[in-house]
Design a protein around this ligand. Structure first.
Ligand code: HEC
Ligand code: HEC
Length: 290
């Protein structure tokens, strides 16, 4: 006999009708859904239908249904970006048209350029120079006031625009010769001691004093008589205990015998002139810009 043949009956304990479903003598009470619950349920169905009519909702083959309001999050984003670009363009137009000294003389422009330059630096430069421009072995720290190629605005600008030892004709170029073919190993060892002495670091005074002439004859042309460096030659200062490579005697001997040469791309070929100016102002602001 099917349960549906049962006439609904009233449950004696609760006074509520039963649904007629029964399992092993346990009967199901026919409690109606609460009214508040039902109302919300129907309202949400109506709201969902309205939403599907008004807004993009159903995925079709190439795009979703558009909805009668014509709303699209893409259009909204594009509009917001346009507003932002317009707000920026008044700054960027000025940066494009003014020269570097004029930009850095205007606190507002300089502030905008520094921020924009910092953002461009994170994308293009941090993989070599570090996220805080602190550098790494072979990649100069840009926060100190020790400049290989010069720390004036124009000098920084040229370095970024043309790069260093790349294929561009305007690249900054110089090459320390390999002295393994010009000096005896003993001479290289003692001139390394002399280099250490220039920075007041631990050295063998005996060997260093033997190398005074070797340094004057072979190194001073580029690095300066007292190791003060030369931005025309891109020859680092040797008297400040700041090292592009490593500052222990073995590493200095290696650099003198078979030098490493740093290479940086020419950014003028990849970034807009405005972005290069912003990067220049940012790098210059990091510390020790001349
Ligand atoms: C592929 C690695 C690399 C990237 C990327 C790179 N650089 Fe360099 N950069 C170098 C190297 C190497 C040197 C040092 C060259 C040398 O030995 O003279 C250098 C030198 C410089 C100098 C000269 C520092 C001085 O003391 O004179 C500046 C300024 C500079 N980089 C800025 C930038 C900026 C700004 C960017 C991003 C747009 C950038 N670099 C991206 C490798 C890189
Ligand atoms: C033709 C110019 C030139 C001459 C001559 C020259 N150097 Fe250099 N030296 C450079 C350049 C350029 C660099 C930087 C290499 C680079 O960035 O790729 C350098 C780098 C160095 C460094 C590494 C500095 C650091 O901060 O890590 C040392 C040390 C050094 N030279 C010592 C010497 C000594 C000692 C002599 C003489 C025996 C000498 N150099 C002769 C151009 C020269």
């Amino acid at each position: 006999m099917s349960v549906h043949d049962h006439k609904p009956e009233i449950d004696a304990a609760t006074g509520v009708g039963t649904t007629g479903h029964e399992w092993d003598g346990v009967k199901e009470l026919n409690n109606p859904l609460p009214r508040w619950w039902l109302s919300i349920f129907y309202i949400s169905i109506i709201w969902a239908v309205g939403y599907m009519i008004a807004y993009p909702a159903w995925p079709m083959v190439s795009e979703a249904t558009r909805g009668v309001l014509g709303y699209s999050s893409r259009a909204e984003l594009a509009e917001e970006m346009q507003v932002a670009a317009k707000a920026q363009s008044q700054w960027r137009d000025q940066i494009r048209d003014l020269d570097l000294t004029e930009i850095s003389a205007s606190p507002e422009l300089a502030r905008f350029a520094t921020r924009a330059g910092k953002a461009a630096f994170a994308v293009n430069c941090s993989q070599c120079h570090g996220s805080g421009a602190q550098g790494a072995i072979g990649y100069p720290n840009l926060n100190d006031d020790d400049w290989i190629w010069g720390g004036a605005l124009e000098e920084i600008h040229d370095t970024i625009r043309y790069g260093v030892r790349n294929d561009s004709d305007d690249a900054r170029y110089s090459e320390m010769p390999a002295f393994s073919e010009m000096l005896e190993p003993k001479e290289i060892k003692s001139v390394a001691q002399y280099v250490l002495s220039l920075s007041g670091l631990d050295h063998d005074p005996n060997q260093a004093s033997q190398a005074v002439e070797i340094f004057a004859d072979n190194c001073a042309d580029c690095h300066g008589e007292k190791g003060e460096g030369d931005v025309e030659m891109g020859a680092p200062k040797l008297a400040d205990a700041i090292w592009l490579f490593r500052g222990d005697s073995d590493s200095i001997i290696r650099q003198i015998s078979t030098p490493s040469h740093g290479v940086m791309p020419a950014w003028g070929e990849k970034l807009s002139p405005t972005t290069i100016k912003e990067l220049t102002i940012y790098v210059h602001s990091l510390g020790g810009g001349q």
